[in-house]
Write a protein that binds this ligand. Structure first.
Ligand code: PSU
Ligand code: MN
Length: 306
């Protein structure tokens, strides 16, 4: 067991689990501060930690608080991330700045993967991954989540990628970067709100044990980098892709009208979609995160051999 990095602060619960080789599941915080409205965001964060615990793993929500990278948070920390507008969105490139300046930061998939890996956590649960934005051929708007997946040894459980992105281009980028893309229990890659996307599953798995076997095989072969585990939203909670198409087109047009660029694009689109669906998309978003938490805990247990 390697000691966690000296710049990290682990919660007692996470430190004990890691020291004893028990399963730990990392959770991101951009979804809390920039992905969902208050107070549903903090309710979701607390509930998801409970789901991970009930499933026999230790939750480790990741953020930077007062410049200190933290793995495992208190309910007060979650409340701060959910409600304080001064919390910045932190992807890989932002980490040094928020640490050096002693700021609060909510970590994206990319930054959460990096800090989870430094702590020795190999399984991470989120809602949706970042990817190649529509028009990325011109704008170069490729999420740092993609390049992080190429280099950091963490399996990321999500419900796929939203069609605010170019899903086909995202899958091509992941192929180029050498990232296995597993789909749990389906032959189609999911599009977050919907089980379908029009893109086949690059690799199908059935059950947590099969995911853990791929993680072990990848890293035993010395193949650095992450694994995408796409867990399609349950049928009862999905919104058909056709219903979301108009909403997404409108949200993209509104982002364009505002001339948004860079790190503002994704949070704006997420918030606009919740408004345009009168909260229906938020209900689905929360349902799929719960579902991902159950699968992630099972994967962490299989990977830890318990
Ligand atoms: N996609 C979602 N929900 C999210 C995000 C993306 O469906 O909450 C968040 C995640 O934190 C992800 C980040 O890592 O947005 C990607 O931002 P960007 O596109 O700026 O890299
Ligand atoms: Mn971007």
């Amino acid at each position: 067991m390697s000691t966690p990095h000296p710049m990290l602060t682990l919660s007692d619960e996470v430190a004990a689990a890691l020291a004893e080789g028990r399963p730990v599941v990392a959770l991101e915080s951009t979804i809390i501060s920039h992905g969902m409205p208050y107070p549903r965001n903090v309710e979701m964060a607390v509930e998801v930690e409970g789901i991970v615990r009930d499933a026999g793993a230790t939750p480790a929500t990741v953020a930077v608080l007062g410049g200190r990278p933290r793995v495992g948070l208190t309910p007060e920390d979650l409340e701060l991330l959910a409600s304080d507008p001064g919390v910045t969105k932190v992807s890989r490139r932002d980490l040094p700045y928020v640490v050096a300046r002693g700021l609060h930061g909510a970590t994206t998939v990319a930054a959460t993967m990096r800090l989870a890996a430094l702590a020795g956590v190999r399984t991470f649960v989120t809602g949706g991954l970042g990817g190649a934005h529509r028009g990325a051929q011109q704008t170069f708007d490729l999420s740092a989540d993609l390049t992080e997946l190429a280099v950091t040894d963490v399996a990321v459980v999500s419900a796929g990628v939203k069609s605010i992105l170019d899903i086909g281009l995202t899958l091509e980028a992941l192929e180029t970067l050498g990232v296995p893309v597993l789909v749990e229990g389906s032959d189609e890659f999911p599009s977050f709100y919907s089980r379908s996307s029009g893109h086949g599953a690059p690799m199908r798995v059935d059950g947590a044990a099969e995911v853990a076997a791929v993680m072990r095989a990848k890293w035993d072969l010395g193949l650095a980098g992450g694994v995408v585990v796409a867990n399609p939203v349950p049928v009862a909670d999905e919104i058909p892709a056709a219903e979301m198409d108009g909403v997404i087109a409108r949200a993209l047009a509104d982002a364009d009208d505002r001339g948004l660029r860079g790190k503002e694009v994704t949070p704006y689109l997420l918030g606009r979609i919740v408004e345009l669906t009168d909260g229906a998309s938020l209900t689905t978003n929360i349902a799929l995160v719960r579902h991902n938490a159950r699968l992630g805990a099972a994967i962490a247990r299989e990977y830890a051999g318990c």
